[in-house]
Write a new protein. Structure first.
Length: 697
């Protein structure tokens, strides 16, 4: 009976640990090369890897040249392979090693996949470079010249060819294909068909001498190919020990997954070295399922793909001792940690929003924008977008009609920030006190507040939210403009908006697919760019530092002459911390991961402050969350997202999609019934272990 995997085991959540090893070798010394290969093979498996790839012709060395025609060397290479096969009886991983093999009176440059005391399959090289410094056709035959589809090695019948896929029975999403060096440099690599046939992990055994600029090109090549194939791609190249008679070698190893680099080795090392990473096989499978054009492409090659051969093998699922996932999981998936990438992201998102609003204004023939300005994050960013949009249209900023509308719990801080912001932007600024009209509404409703009873219920809150929006729409009618919405993606996900004639509605919402964590950095980015002057930048920084609150329920602070009204609500006390809920949103919306996996990833990202360096722009978000807190806040997210909020998302205003992280527009990324249940997600949540809360919870 199989023991269930521990929650913290990456294999439980669809990951597989893989490695690329670059051993120090000796030219034409298969005994030495096999010994170093076996040593690194064992080391990779001891670290929990189920697959380790080695360089092209690693058992012989790539630079043997005409020595490949010497029978003694070829015999020794086969003996070296047998050494690896024997070692595999005690190693719980697949090793893919390179060597020359004689088949049907031809010599092939091959990759042999080894596991469990046998050779699972042998992949010959398809494309032999015979230009520049390469003369492989002098020694080797190309794969398509082979007649055999099966060869005999060490008393075993072994599948031979480029049409092979290896599949682990215990890890059904782990499907391997191997190609060799030049095979990935051609317009249609063999691994392209392998991916369409179902391979999720593509391995390239390469030697690849180093020349100026080649390392960067390898990155581009592997990144783009893994992205097109929606696959993991393991790439090796030969290192120290290869002959430098005419060439040089840098020993670069790469692991990419769907276009993203997971690991890269050091280059020009004077010793053996290895990289490991946890590839997300479930992610690859889900991306192929979601991107239906991948399936269409497979159908176009259906006849060829049906002829592919699958070799099944057994592989015990490892139980790594460490809880640390061998890949970087960013705490802020919507906000790049790297300063240069963050600047690029902010520039692009901001301009998508601006250009979309410009198009809407031109199409509608509208020259005035009406916006409610609260002094908080969302309305601040929307106002900045409005300012840039009218600038591009050559319309004076005075055509932006900004209204701050204090209610019963508006703080002096946010009210002051709203006025200061509007002055800095240069829009037409006005203040409308909504309390009289709210009192009238409460009186009409027969609400206890009419008699001075402080009953701060949902009616009391939504009367204020609705009154603000009602004013904005009538002001738009009065001035011939449109209402610009300010609500963000995070609020839509959590249903944190007043439905109907409330902050849920507008004529056009520029923020609807921008999450709260990114809006914070967009506002800070505008401040850093000094777009609205030094004083305006100081206002923006103050707004970023303001605690998020709907400011609908008042409390009295202080006594006597020091008594003052302030907000009695903290948004995150109700719906959870935005920084964590945005993380949950990203992996739920973008990838459709089950709650247990989302929680596992959140734990990897958030449980320890010391996990990584913190860029200056992210210094304000340095919280830590243990598993107990993650489980609690994820439960809040799941119930609100799947059970209580879809009806609001089913009728949201028009808004531009800004990122691949998804939007919640029913006309775009997200189409869901308003009356579905959350039961299956809440049930999966129970699979998260109940660990004692720590200080960070």
């Amino acid at each position: 009976m199989t023991t269930p995997l521990d929650f913290h085991n990456p294999y439980r959540h669809g990951f597989a640990r893989v490695a690329v090893a670059v051993p120090r070798n000796r030219v034409a010394d298969p005994v030495f090369n096999a010994a170093e290969t076996v040593r690194m093979y064992r080391e990779a498996a001891a670290n929990g890897a189920v697959l380790v790839a080695f360089p092209e012709l690693g058992l012989s060395a790539y630079t043997c040249d005409d020595l490949f025609h010497q029978a003694a060397l070829l015999d020794a290479c086969e003996t070296a392979l047998q050494t690896v096969v024997e070692a595999s009886r005690e190693v719980n991983a697949v090793a893919v090693v390179g060597l020359p093999l004689r088949v049907d009176h031809r010599l092939f440059n091959c990759a042999a996949a080894v596991a469990g005391g046998r050779v699972l399959g042998v992949f010959p090289k398809t494309y032999l470079p015979n230009y520049g410094e390469f003369y492989e056709a002098r020694q080797f035959a190309a794969a398509d010249s082979a007649l055999a589809t099966e060869i005999e090695l060490f008393g075993q019948h072994v599948p031979f060819g480029t049409d092979l896929m290896l599949r682990a029975r215990q890890l059904p999403l782990l499907k391997l294909h191997v190609e060799i060096c030049e095979d990935v440099w051609v317009p249609i690599p063999p691994s392209s068909l392998a991916a369409l046939a179902g391979a999720t992990v593509l391995v390239n055994l390469s030697a690849s001498n180093i020349t100026i600029g080649k390392s960067a090109y390898r990155h581009q090549l592997v990144s783009l190919h893994s992205a097109r194939c929606l696959a993991a791609y393991l790439y090796s190249s030969a290192g120290i020990g290869e002959s430098t008679t005419d060439l040089a070698w840098d020993g670069q190893a790469l692991i990419y997954e769907s276009g993203e680099m997971l690991a890269e080795s050091e280059r020009f090392s004077n010793s053996s070295h290895m990289i490991c990473a946890d590839v997300d096989l479930e992610h690859l499978s889900r991306e192929r399922m979601r991107q239906n054009s991948f399936g269409v492409s497979a159908q176009k090659h259906r006849a060829a793909l049906q002829a592919w051969r699958t070799v099944d093998f057994d592989l015990e699922i490892p139980r790594p001792a460490s809880r640390t996932l061998l890949r970087k999981v960013e705490r802020f998936p919507y906000v790049p940690a790297d300063a240069a990438h963050r600047d690029e992201r902010c520039h692009e998102v901001f301009n998508i929003q601006v250009q979309s609003l410009v198009q809407r204004m031109e199409a509608a023939g509208i020259r005035k924008l009406i916006i409610g300005v609260s002094g908080g994050l969302d309305s601040t960013h929307a106002l900045l977008v409005c300012a840039k949009a009218v600038d591009r249209l050559g319309i004076p900023r005075a055509n932006i009609l900004g209204y701050t509308m204090p209610g019963f719990a508006t703080s002096d801080r946010t009210l002051g920030q709203a006025h200061a912001l509007m002055r800095a932007v240069g829009c037409t600024a006005q203040e409308i006190d909504i309390r009289p009209s709210c009192i009238q509404m409460l009186n009409d409703l027969g609400h206890p507040f009419k008699d001075g009873v402080p009953q701060y219920d949902i009616t009391f809150e939504n009367v204020q939210a609705g009154e603000r929006t009602s004013h904005l729409f009538r002001l738009a009618n009065h001035h011939g403009g449109i209402v610009v919405g300010t609500g963000d993606l995070s609020e839509l996900a959590l249903g944190w908006s007043t439905y109907g004639v409330g902050d849920h509605m507008s004529h056009y919402n520029v923020n609807a697919s921008v999450p709260k964590t990114l809006i914070k950095h967009l506002v800070r980015w505008v401040a850093e760019k000094n777009e609205i002057g030094a004083q305006g930048s100081r206002v923006l920084e103050a707004i970023v530092d303001t605690e998020v609150s709907p400011e609908l329920v008042p409390v009295t602070a202080g006594t006597g002459s020091d008594a003052h009204t302030q907000p009695g609500q903290r948004t995150e006390d109700t719906i959870g911390p935005y920084e964590l809920q945005d993380f949950h949103l990203y992996y739920t919306l973008r990838f459709g991961f089950r709650p247990t996996k989302v929680a596992y990833l959140a734990y990897q990202a958030w449980h320890d402050r010391a996990l990584g360096a913190w860029p200056d722009a992210l210094q304000t978000e340095r919280n830590e969350y243990g598993l107990a807190a993650i489980r609690r806040h994820l439960g809040t997210f799941l119930y609100r997202f799947f059970k209580t909020s879809q009806f609001k998302r089913s009728c949201v205003p028009n808004s531009p999609k800004v990122g691949s992280g998804g939007s919640l527009s029913p006309r775009g990324d997200w189409r869901a019934p308003s009356d579905s249940e959350a039961a299956v997600w809440m049930a999966d949540l129970e699979g998260i272990p109940v660990e004692a809360p720590s200080a960070k919870d």
